[in-house]
Design a protein around this ligand. Structure first.
Ligand SMILES: Cc1cc2nc3c(=O)[nH]c(=O)nc-3n(C[C@H](O)[C@H](O)[C@H](O)COP(=O)(O)OP(=O)(O)OC[C@H]3O[C@@H](n4cnc5c(N)ncnc54)[C@H](O)[C@@H]3O)c2cc1C
Length: 465
């Protein structure tokens, strides 16, 4: 059967954070004829296997910690009932399904035509979509946005497929008793923290001595030490050579760490060793769109690829920020530029705040101290730090108190704040407001001029000496 033919102004491949935001703005605000294609679930990584279910699980982990800590405040809390992982998982899934429906309704409201199917390029203007019932649709578009996101990597380790990725974390029907999380990025650190807080025996395998290695050294050192204090077993200097099935749902992990070679029998191994662009089914090569050595699509700050009518954004690109608000903002600016008569609209990729939902949370914006020293020279950098015990922990025994540490990295005579790094309770919420200040070019003197809010942890940021 000959494929169904369609034409549009704007074809968006990928119904995730960036694609949906861009399609809805182009159609809803500027009246472009837009079509969006998604082959899994609307909302993409963030809604289905990323930010949203992750944060809900983090809240559960946070509650578990608060229940333990409540004793120090005089509550008689019995911890005999285990966390009902299955009930929690089903409820979380139901919430996500509701979100999927809301996303579909939003597309309708903004008059974006939505097709559920897999897109692949036929040429630079034409995309073939294979719908769920195998019907083929050929779409000719004036402009095409590639917003296909990424997928988790598995390592080239024998038996690696017996482990799960972060996607699999959200499919776990029951709580593992013992897990090995492999990786040192924010996803590994967040998932290890959640498992531990919820009562799973947690082993974290990292290659070096600290994790979160793109963050400021203060963050790396303090959070690694805090995870050890909490009882997470961190295997430093580690590598894995084999994973095998030993029956009864158990796996055996063969590894090496700073203590030598070993094996560990375990319920679940979670690989969180990085992500790769989801280009497999796209047949991108026919378009001659350029990618880098890691398969990321190369774009400029306007989201232009090397092919005039093809654009890309979000996790599939080389822009270095794999975050939902980045993809959304880039998608909206792109629609403003292509259909809204704003020829210079683009996302400013400097000073983007980000948070790690570790235990405790980490917030970071701007340069790390080593990067700032390298850029401006030691003599032009002044660093303010503060490490203290948050008032929340005042009622607890010394061994139960978590850390709070803040750092401001200031450059030049005017002490412009070029980096702000915080870890401690509430850091995610604290960072958003300070992010505005940093984006506006705040100096240390500006921070000093702001009267503190007492008693909070964040007040330390405006009273540093
Ligand atoms: C575990 C985890 C936790 C995270 N936590 C956070 C967080 O707390 N905060 C934050 O800001 N970010 C977080 N992220 C990152 C965030 O999810 C991504 O940066 C964001 O989703 C990227 O958006 P995107 O539009 O580029 O791609 P995606 O959201 O991945 O969307 C791409 C979509 O394209 C579809 N697709 C792919 N190929 C095709 C094809 N050929 N045809 C049709 N459809 C296709 C995919 O199915 C997918 O739905 C997290 C990610 C993970 C994995």
């Amino acid at each position: 059967m000959a494929p169904i033919q369609k034409e549009c102004d704007y074809l968006v491949i990928g119904g995730g954070s960036g694609g949906l935001a861009s399609a809805r703005r182009a159609s809803g605000m500027y009246g472009a004829k837009a079509i969006a294609i998604e082959n899994k679930r609307l909302g993409g990584t963030c809604v289905n296997v990323g930010c949203v279910p992750k944060k809900i699980t983090w809240q559960a982990a946070d509650i578990a910690e608060k229940i333990k800590e409540s004793k120090a405040y005089g509550f008689s809390v019995s911890e005999t009932a285990p966390f009902d992982w299955t009930m929690f998982k089903n409820k979380r899934d139901a919430y996500i399904r509701r979100l999927n429906g809301i996303y579909e309704k939003n597309l309708k409201n903004d008059k974006v035509e939505y097709m559920h199917g897999t897109a692949s390029f036929v040429d630079g203007h034409t995309v073939k979509v294979v719908l769920d019932d195998q019907t083929e649709v050929s779409v000719k578009a004036k402009k095409i946005l590639v917003a296909v996101g990424g997928r988790p990597n598995f390592p080239p380790v024998e038996g690696a497929e017996l482990g799960i990725s972060s996607d699999g974390f959200f499919e776990l029907e029951t709580q593992p008793k013992k897990v090995a999380v492999v990786g040192a990025g924010y996803i590994a650190v967040e998932m290890a923290g959640m498992f531990q807080a919820l009562g799973t025996e947690t082993h974290l395998f990292i290659r070096h001595d600290t994790f979160l290695r793109t963050f400021d050294p203060m963050v790396q050192e303090k959070v690694t030490a805090e995870y050890e204090r909490q009882g997470i077993v961190i295997h430093k200097g580690s590598s894995q050579s084999k994973l095998e099935d030993i029956g009864n749902g158990q796996k055996r992990l063969h590894y090496k760490d700073s203590n030598g070679e070993g094996t560990m029998d375990i319920d679940t191994v979670l690989w969180a060793i990085g992500r790769a662009p989801e280009l497999e089914k796209l047949n991108l090569s026919v378009t001659k769109v350029e990618t880098n050595e890691k398969d990321h699509i190369i774009v400029d700050k306007y989201q232009n690829t090397n092919i005039p009518q093809i654009y890309a954004l979000g996790d599939v690109c080389n822009q270095g920020y794999e975050l939902t608000p980045v993809a959304i903002a880039a998608g909206r600016r792109l629609a403003d530029r292509l259909f809204g008569g704003q020829p210079d609209a683009h996302l400013d990729y400097s000073n983007i705040p980000s948070v790690v939902f570790a235990h405790p949370e980490v917030g970071s914006i701007g340069m790390t101290e080593p990067d700032a020293r390298e850029k401006y020279g030691d003599e032009n950098i002044k660093v303010y730090t503060s490490s203290f015990t948050a008032l929340y922990y005042s009622m607890m025994e010394p061994e139960d108190k978590g850390p709070t540490s803040y750092k401001l990295v200031c450059a030049g005579k005017e002490e412009k704040i070029v980096g702000l790094h915080i870890l401690g309770l509430g850091s995610g919420e604290i960072l958003q407001g300070f992010g505005v200040a940093i984006k506006m070019g705040a100096t240390k003197a500006d921070f000093d001029k702001c009267v503190a809010i007492h008693p909070t942890s964040a007040e330390e940021l405006v009273t540093m000496k």
